[in-house]
Write a protein that binds this ligand. Sequence first.
Ligand SMILES: NC(=O)c1ccc[n+]([C@@H]2O[C@H](COP(=O)([O-])OP(=O)(O)OC[C@H]3O[C@@H](n4cnc5c(N)ncnc54)[C@H](OP(=O)(O)O)[C@@H]3O)[C@@H](O)[C@H]2O)c1
Length: 294
Amino acid sequence: MNTISFIGAGNVAFRMAIAFQEKGYIIPTVWNRSRDKAVKITRALNSNLSAYTAHNAAQAGNYTPVPTGTPSISTLSFEDLLESDMVIIAVSDDAISSVAESFSLAMKNAIASGNTNSLPICVHTSGATPLDALSPLKELGCQCGVLYPVMTLSRSKNVNFKDVPFLLEGSDEKALKALKGVCDTLGSEYYVCDSSKRLKMHTAAVFSCNFTNYLLSLAFEVAGDAHSLLLPATLEMIRKSFLQSPKMALTGPAKRGDMKTIEKHLELLESLGMKEHADIYRTITENIITRTKQ
Ligand SMILES: NC(=O)c1ccc[n+]([C@@H]2O[C@H](COP(=O)([O-])OP(=O)(O)OC[C@H]3O[C@@H](n4cnc5c(N)ncnc54)[C@H](OP(=O)(O)O)[C@@H]3O)[C@@H](O)[C@H]2O)c1
């Protein structure tokens, strides 16, 4: 399997497309409902391709192979995806079912008009969406699966996919084998699990990742320009929580029961007009005090 196309052109499609290309996969096509975002991905892919081609030419006779291949195109037509071995549907969770439905309809029409390409393996990348969301594609005869990266991915920040664990699910052994092959090529850890286990991990990741991000935004607003001073303590708390346990790693006024300090913090936040910050501070403090007593 060496061609992987994308439906969707957001953070995940961008990061995966670049990472897959760097590992030698050809990314023939990127479909997105608004073309400009798909063009941004294909432009990045094609400029990488030119760089690789130049590198290979310069190293002729004594070179480490790096990706080469056909340029990527952006498209508004699902039919352009039909020559791919795998199609990754990386759209918002709520859009996965309707996109799967439209894509299967387009393939049905293409087959009726004489298209003889074999059907691609179709996968989505969502933690919270069951494999069943792809059922229109499965009913058409496609092998289907899930390739969920347990990682925060942003277009603006490169990640090393060696550090990204994946949760995999497949409609059958062939789909699962293809997904394992992709993870092996990326050098990524993977675990096979069903949709309900994946939903549980995704819920946990919202706490560990998205809520931590929200709390950091509150902390940055309180600290102002000095927020970078919080980095060492924050990293140490995360490291200690994973090495020991969150309970053992916890320090601070709520754990100690320093009620006067807690009152001073709340007065400060209220005097600064930071109502949202004070509300969250109060709620979390009460929960920590309750848990500490248990
Ligand atoms: N980002 C992460 O950290 C992360 C990590 C693991 C898994 N995931 C999963 O990966 C998937 C994509 O996430 P993302 O972060 O890449 O999202 P994103 O950056 O917000 O991009 C969403 C993509 O979905 C498209 N889209 C939204 N509604 C649509 C509709 N009704 N019909 C067709 N296309 C639609 C958007 O098209 P437009 O450009 O036209 O708006 C865009 O291409 C989601 O299932 C998410 O749960 C994300």
